[in-house]
Design a protein around this ligand. Structure first.
Ligand code: HEC
Length: 186
């Protein structure tokens, strides 16, 4: 005769953070088919872009922690390399560091939306820019987040760099922007 077991509780997190609880008893394996259907979760493009930015910005913050000046000195190269790794993994979204006064001319804005976004975050510190654009026949949601000088090293290094077109960055200035693109078509 089978002995009675305590009910097992299965916890499942859907992408949207919705918690689904299902209880079943007297079974070794969870009867997957009898689990309630998780509701479909949809993300707004802005929520996705903001979430991506939160992770990237947190990583960037770690570069500026005291004691690791080398990491901060190569911050733009590290970010570019990471963005390329993400692309190699097949990600549909993109991100890139841009500035209206780039040390590296490759970091200059390339589209009207990037230019508008960089100008906007410059004139509205603390505010993000959200827009849309069509690139290569595909529509994108494009967000631009201001890149602020948070430590003296930011301004010192950029002002000193012979390739920097701007020599008078000050602490707290928006020095450029991080552009995050989320496709609207798959
Ligand atoms: C020791 C030098 C150094 C420090 C410190 C530094 N940067 Fe940079 N930064 C660079 C260099 C060099 C580049 C260009 C590298 C590249 O794109 O290959 C760059 C690129 C950038 C760009 C892209 C546009 C451009 O100039 O090419 C932004 C925006 C930027 N830095 C902001 C910051 C901020 C904000 C900080 C501080 C949190 C900071 N930087 C600290 C050297 C530095």
């Amino acid at each position: 005769m089978n002995h009675i077991k305590m009910p097992e509780v299965f916890v499942k997190f859907t992408l949207g953070g919705m918690l689904v609880l299902a209880a079943t008893s007297c079974q070794q394996e969870p009867p997957v088919t009898s689990l309630p259907q998780a509701p479909a979760v949809t993300f707004k493009p802005q929520e996705l872009a903001d979430a991506l930015h939160a992770v990237i910005a947190a990583d960037q913050k770690t570069y500026a922690l005291p004691g690791d000046e080398t990491l901060l000195a190569h911050h733009a190269q590290k970010l570019r390399a990471a963005a390329e790794f993400v692309q190699q993994e097949g990600a549909e979204f993109h991100y890139v560091l841009r500035s209206l006064w780039p040390i590296n001319s490759k970091d200059a804005p390339e589209t009207d939306t990037e230019k508008t976004g960089l100008q906007y975050v410059l004139e509205h510190p603390g505010t993000n820019y959200y827009g849309g654009e069509s690139l290569g026949g595909r529509r994108y949601f494009t967000a631009v987040y201001g890149e602020k000088a948070t430590v003296n090293a930011c301004t010192d290094c950029h002002n000193r760099n012979p390739d920097s077109p701007k020599k008078d960055f000050k602490m707290g200035d928006v020095m450029g922007g991080l552009v995050v693109r989320v496709p609207l078509e798959f």
